[in-house]
Design a protein around this ligand. Structure first.
Ligand code: SF4
Length: 374
């Protein structure tokens, strides 16, 4: 496989959309159909070597090889949980690192994809929230996670009904709506029927509640929406999801009502982490049912997954079951309890974190100079 290193000055081809490929090949003096040919090699066949693009002339392949790379992010570690979950730590061309997780279930396989190195939000129950934002990921780095997972799972060329990777959730490190354009561009390629071909229903973007961007996400991406709600009063939500101080619950739920394409067959998923004594009372369950009653909703109850230094405790099983019963019966909505997955490898919801740190500009410049001298 081609590899990507900090000293590789070639541009990644992965991540470019149809219009960008067309513009690129027009600029290289190539005929119009070139973009379609290369698109198909990239996203329908997943090739990692220009030599495999057999319907392109040898000189053109050599020109591509000189300017571009087909690299995916580099794998630093690949950890497999006893429950089948796989977590990868990935290194990006500039040396920063992010995590992605594959969660196999009986009827589906979900890839949890990161959108940022670190996160600006500081949700109190989330390990990523303790890591300052280093930077946004580019389309290559977001789509590259999906392509790499397909490489590792042997998905290219496999019939749809035989695929292990069936769903994508933008629920890894970072807030996707704070990196809107790059996430949009990557997902539009992932959802293109002539390529990777995930249906819009099987791609979910999860937000902590960046209200002003939600409508655009629905219009311009059109995938399913998940909202990290986690509390039923502004007082508690201000504490555990501090973004709530900017966009309180009422505003957030209004934006959910307006989310394009929402109806009973296409519900919004509300994520609700179960924190002992914080947000898990009967009164919370009743309020949650009331708050969501006029929104086509599904509530995912997530038993809290602890991480080193976390301040919370998981609600006891009986409490979670009682909470679920009230939400399902009074809210008349599905409220499944999400079984923690990959806990033994710190891959469960809210546990992701990489060692990348925000560097001072002088340190960044020094590292970049060292990398290009190497
Ligand atoms: S839950 Fe999401 S938005 Fe909140 S800190 Fe973690 S990664 Fe950031």
């Amino acid at each position: 496989m081609s590899t990507s290193t900090a000293s590789d000055a070639r541009q990644p081809l992965v991540g470019l959309g149809r219009a960008e490929l067309s513009a690129l090949f027009a600029e290289m003096g190539e005929p119009k159909f070139r973009a379609k040919q290369v698109w198909s090699w990239l996203y329908a066949h997943g090739v990692t070597d220009f030599e495999a693009m057999t319907n392109l002339s040898k000189p053109f392949r050599a020109r591509l090889q000189d300017r571009f790379t087909l690299a995916r992010p580099d794998i630093v570690t690949e950890l497999a949980s006893t429950d089948g979950t796989i977590k990868w730590l990935l290194r990006l061309p500039d040396g920063n690192e992010v995590e992605m997780v594959f969660i196999p279930e009986e009827d589906r396989g979900t890839l949890c994809v990161s959108s940022q190195v670190g996160c600006t939000l500081t949700c109190k129950f989330c390990h990523t929230g303790t890591q300052r934002l280093v930077r946004n990921l580019g389309p290559y780095e977001i789509l590259g996670q999906v392509m790499l997972a397909r490489d590792r799972l042997g998905e290219w060329g496999r019939k749809e009904e035989k695929r292990r990777l069936t769903n994508i959730v933008m629920m890894g490190m970072g807030e996707p709506l704070y990196n809107f354009e790059n996430v949009r561009d990557a997902l539009l390629v992932a959802m293109d029927g002539d390529g990777i071909g995930f249906s819009k229903r099987k791609v979910t973007l999860s937000t902590a509640g960046v209200v002003p961007m939600m409508e655009r996400a629905g219009d311009e991406i059109g995938c399913s929406l998940a909202v990290s709600l986690h509390a039923t009063t502004d007082e508690v939500r201000n504490e555990i999801v501090p973004l709530n101080k900017k966009y309180p619950i009422a505003e957030l739920l209004d934006a959910c009502r307006r989310y394009p394409g929402v109806h009973n067959a296409r519900r919004i998923t509300f994520e609700y982490v179960m924190l002992d004594g914080v947000n898990d009372s009967d009164a919370d369950a009743r309020r949650l049912a009331r708050l969501l009653k006029d929104i086509p909703s599904k509530v995912n109850l997530i038993p809290f997954n602890p991480w080193p230094g976390s301040a919370y405790v998981r609600s006891p099983d009986e409490r979670i079951l009682k909470f679920q019963d009230i939400v399902a019966n009074e809210g008349l909505m599905p409220a499944p309890i999400r079984r923690p997955r990959g806990e033994d490898i710190m891959a469960a919801c809210g546990q992701l974190k990489s060692a990348s740190q925000k560097l001072k500009r002088a340190d960044r410049d020094r590292l970049a100079a060292e990398a290009s001298a190497a």
